[in-house]
Design a protein around this ligand. Structure first.
Ligand code: GCO
Ligand code: MN
Ligand code: MN
Length: 411
């Protein structure tokens, strides 16, 4: 092949994307509760060892592009859109009014707001640092975000306490820090109750997001299970208002079966919000787009969520790969991520309705009819049934690759 000149490259990308087929229309995509973060689309490819590779993207462009793709909801950190020194003053009002206008013009809704409590120098000792003025400022920041959320019509607030931890042990007293962290969340819930009352709106759902490693060396609330224990610890004044925003990769990173982590959250009634992406076990937070690494695991996760009628948001919290193309972020990365999600969701419906899986599952639950007092008899009565576990797994694989619809390979 001859070199593909820069002027011909977007046409090539477009043609090959078309050749892939299987794209949903924007109207079809909008039927799903998919939410697009400002920070995901605006990610410039930077990291500790990486300089940015893409140009900055503001909220107007992100909202416009999400609308074209068919991503119906938008989410943001306070400082993704408002500079730190503009928070709480006229600059904030002006920007929030601009966002409300852009959302309206493009038919999008703001579903979630979150406070950046990890990037700025003020958080060097975490939002629950020893210095009382840091904690007071943190309370104000969380309350301010809640008010922005109400102003933009959001229903969720997310908290990723990434800097709640330490690099070296002994100086930070964990129980004290966790009490202080709870004080911040309590302040956010109280501000929410007051603001909701003033506006005649329901309060927000406050969702804690765990990540096991990064940016601190040791994390005080590293997993969704730790977050659940924290919610039920008695430290929160409004535990009913607080639940989880698990992230698929964050649970996978520490070695969990993601599906099992979600199941534990479901049992507690705390699966409020879900960050969708992909990646690898025991690596850093690579934030790859949904379904590109573990499609079979993803299919199983969605079967669980469909079965339990999860109806909260699916937040596309991933990082478009470190390319040099802003065009590709919106022309390829986001629409293909959305389409893989929808396909996997539809497949999850097929798994639940599949007659082979249904009959095998029912047979497993019926058991072999042995006498519960006769241990050898129980084994004998059930001898052949457990083989069905692997058969079900095989059938789910077949559904993933389309064999249940007659897609055949040379035999
Ligand atoms: C991560 C984190 C963040 C949070 C965000 C919302 O992947 O590093 O998940 O992206 O989701 O800060 O609070
Ligand atoms: Mn992540
Ligand atoms: Mn996340």
């Amino acid at each position: 092949m001859k070199p593909v000149l820069a002027k011909d490259q977007t046409a090539l990308v477009d043609r090959l994307k078309g050749a892939c087929g299987g794209a949903y229309t924007p109207a079809q995509r909008r039927k799903y509760f998919l939410t697009g973060p400002q920070w995901a689309a605006a990610y410039e490819g930077h990291a500790l060892f990486h300089a940015p590779t893409r140009r900055p993207v503001g909220y107007e462009e992100v909202i416009r592009e999400y609308a074209k793709i068919g991503i119906g909801h938008w989410t943001t950190h306070d400082t993704d859109v408002i500079p730190t020194d503009g928070l709480g003053n006229a600059r904030q009002d002006e920007i929030v009014a601009g966002i409300a206008k852009a959302l309206k013009e493009n038919g999008l809704q703001c579903s979630m707001v979150t406070t950046e409590t990890f990037h700025h120098a003020v958080w060097a000792g975490s939002p629950a640092a020893e210095a009382p003025e840091v904690r007071e400022y943190a309370k104000w920041r969380l309350a301010n975000t809640v008010r922005i959320g109400h102003e933009l019509g959001a229903s969720y607030a997310v908290y990723w306490p990434g800097s709640l931890g330490y690099f070296v042990q002994g100086a930070v007293e964990e129980t004290e820090t966790l009490r202080w962290y709870a004080d911040g969340l309590n302040a956010a819930c109280e501000a929410d109750i007051a603001e909701a009352k003033k506006r005649g709106r329901p309060t927000l759902k406050h969702c804690l997001e765990a990540k096991p490693f990064e940016p601190q060396a040791e994390i005080l609330l590293p997993t969704s299970d730790a977050m659940l224990a924290f919610i039920f610890s008695g430290l929160l004044k409004h535990p009913d208002m607080v639940g989880l925003n698990p992230e698929y990769l964050h649970e996978l990173m520490w070695g969990s079966a993601v599906r099992a982590a979600l199941a534990r959250a479901l049992l507690c009634g705390k699966l409020f919000h879900f960050d969708i992406n992909d990646g690898y076990r025991l690596k850093h937070d690579v934030d790859i787009a949904v379904g590109l690494v573990n499609p079979l695991d993803w299919l199983n996760v969605l079967v669980l969520l469909r079965t339990h009628n999860y109806n909260g948001p699916f937040n596309l919290d991933y990082k478009p790969p470190r390319t040099t193309s802003n065009y590709g972020v919106f022309a390829v990365s986001f629409p293909t991520a959305v389409d893989r999600f929808i396909t996997l969701w539809e497949m999850a419906g097929e798994v639940s309705a599949d007659p082979v899986i249904k009959e095998a599952s029912e047979a497993l639950r019926a058991g072999g009819g042995g006498n519960p007092k006769d241990v050898e008899g129980i084994v004998e009565a059930n001898r052949e049934l457990l083989t069905l576990h692997e058969l079900i797994s095989h059938r789910i694989f077949q559904i993933l690759v389309g064999q249940h619809r007659g897609r055949a390979y040379s035999v």
